[in-house]
Design a protein around this ligand. Structure first.
Ligand code: ATP
Length: 193
């Protein structure tokens, strides 16, 4: 999977719409302290389905929305779109939007989808929000000091099998529901005899 384009509006310090083309090869982001380099990486993680506000540097979910400055009022929403290209599915645009008081929602090519659908799309391509392909400042230290279970999760993501865990959980839930139905059916049949 290849990232082609990242569009941001109202996300953290990116109050004005920003449209970044991501060219083939290695991408580096350079600029003075506080200019928003980390915010770009956080926008990538966020649109890829990052659920935990803790792993983004803000506190609550809505902290990703431009909070305002002395000169500019805060925004009511933040939106990030990522255009990706994969050999299997061609081009798709994943969009996540959050509005104050209304939570966040996802779209793939304009269709409303669940967080899980977005997470699976990236997990299958081994580029999930926690992917080792995205290296932020404190990541190397975190990898070294990670507990074995955490390190295993990182390796599974790198190997592209993280999505299998989500599917297994789904399948187990369906199995349990079916077992309950079968039990109920047995009881009903028993009543009829
Ligand atoms: P450094 O090199 O020092 O880590 P950086 O280039 O990575 O800096 P970021 O950390 O991405 O910079 O950007 C920090 C800036 O983003 C700060 O000026 C901060 O005030 C601003 N910022 C973060 N969240 C918001 C928000 N919700 N609303 C407005 N501004 C925000």
């Amino acid at each position: 999977m290849r990232f082609r384009r990242l569009k941001l509006t109202g996300f953290k310090s990116f109050v004005e719409p920003a449209d970044l083309r991501i060219e083939p090869g290695l991408t580096g982001v350079v600029g003075p302290n506080g200019c928003g380099k980390s915010n770009l990486l956080e926008a990538l993680r966020w649109v890829m389905g990052e659920g935990s506000p803790k792993s983004l540097r803000g506190g609550g979910m809505e902290d990703v929305i431009f909070a305002g400055t002395a000169q500019r009022p805060p925004r009511d929403f933040a939106e990030v779109s990522l255009l990706v290209e994969s050999s299997a599915d061609g081009e798709s645009e994943v969009t996540r939007r959050i509005e104050r008081g209304a939570g966040s929602a996802y779209r793939i090519d304009g269709r409303d989808v669940r967080q899980k659908d977005v997470a699976l799309l990236f997990a299958d391509a081994a580029t999930g929000a926690h992917s080792p392909a995205l290296v932020s400042q404190n990541r190397i230290g975190a990898l070294i000091s990670a507990k074995p279970a955490e390190r295993r999760a990182m390796l599974e993501e790198a190997a592209g099998i993280a999505g299998l865990h989500v599917r297994r959980k789904d399948a187990e839930q369906k199995l349990r529901a079916t077992e309950t139905n079968l039990q109920r059916l047995d009881e009903l049949l028993g009543d009829q005899e």
